[in-house]
Design a protein. Structure first.
Length: 81
């Protein structure tokens, strides 16, 4: 917890449709993990990673945007990949 990380990501839905991508913006995300600035599933998935490690995260709704979703971007109860 509290580690500074930089990473790229592609965010997709179960059907493979992309909803966001740092690659498309050509911008690394730079953030401190474990302090509540990310959805819980992303925070947990990034913790413990090593330099140049790659992971495929599956974020269930209760660790993502839950039953509310994110207006106009993430529908309610969406599993994120």
């Amino acid at each position: 917890m509290g580690d500074f990380v930089r990473y790229h990501y592609n965010g997709t839905f179960e059907d493979g449709k992309k909803f966001d991508s740092s690659y498309d913006r050509n911008t690394l995300v730079a953030i401190v993990v474990g302090v509540g600035r990310l959805i819980t599933g992303m925070d947990r998935g990034l913790m413990g990673m090593c330099v140049n490690e790659r992971r495929r995260l599956i974020v269930p709704p209760h660790l993502g945007y839950g039953s509310i979703g994110l207006a106009g971007l993430i529908p309610p109860d969406a599993t994120l990949y």
